[in-house]
Design a protein. Structure first.
Length: 169
């Protein structure tokens, strides 16, 4: 009787391991699909030069547990020369990269001399599509960590996906 229970338990545990492995494969495949979708959105929307994000485990969290997370995306546009104070490097970003909260109607109004109404609407739609895809990325933080690593900046452009080390201190 004990051998039967032991054998049955081993079979169940083996099935659980198989399911976990299949889930990991599916998550990695989904992540690659998401990266390809982001790249396709860049190709299909030439006004958007790229999207990037930082992902890391903080070194200190005010006494709380330090947990890996994917940070908010930043966008870069092919909109010509920078205009106005929003284009400064005041947020600590490289010139030309914008936090998603900076991309609003005012952002596009300042560029009305280089963009027509149709381009503005297409750009807004593309930003919303990228944000929707990015919400899926946030749901897969463990997979993103295993795919790209910790303390990394991931940049997606029409040319592909690039990573570089990121220092968040």
């Amino acid at each position: 009787m004990a051998k039967t229970v032991d054998k049955d338990l081993k079979e169940r545990l083996a099935k659980i391991d198989d399911i976990r492995n299949e889930l990991k494969k599916a998550e990695k495949s989904a992540t690659k699909d998401i990266m390809n979708l982001l790249k396709d959105l860049m190709v299909g929307n030439p006004l958007i030069a790229g999207v990037r994000w930082n992902q890391y485990t903080p070194h200190f969290n005010d006494g709380e547990e330090c947990v890996f997370s994917v940070q908010d995306p930043e966008f870069k546009f092919n909109l010509g020369a920078p205009v106005g104070e929003d284009d400064n490097n005041e947020n600590g970003h490289d010139e030309g990269w914008y936090d998603e909260w900076q991309i609003n109607d005012k952002f596009f109004e300042k560029r009305s001399d280089v963009l027509n109404y149709k381009q503005v609407e297409e750009c807004k739609k593309a930003v919303k599509s990228i944000q929707a895809v990015f919400n899926k990325i946030r749901e897969m933080e463990d997979t993103m960590k295993s795919m790209f690593g910790d303390h990394i900046q991931v940049t997606v452009t029409a040319d592909g996906v690039e990573t570089e080390e990121y220092d968040h201190d």
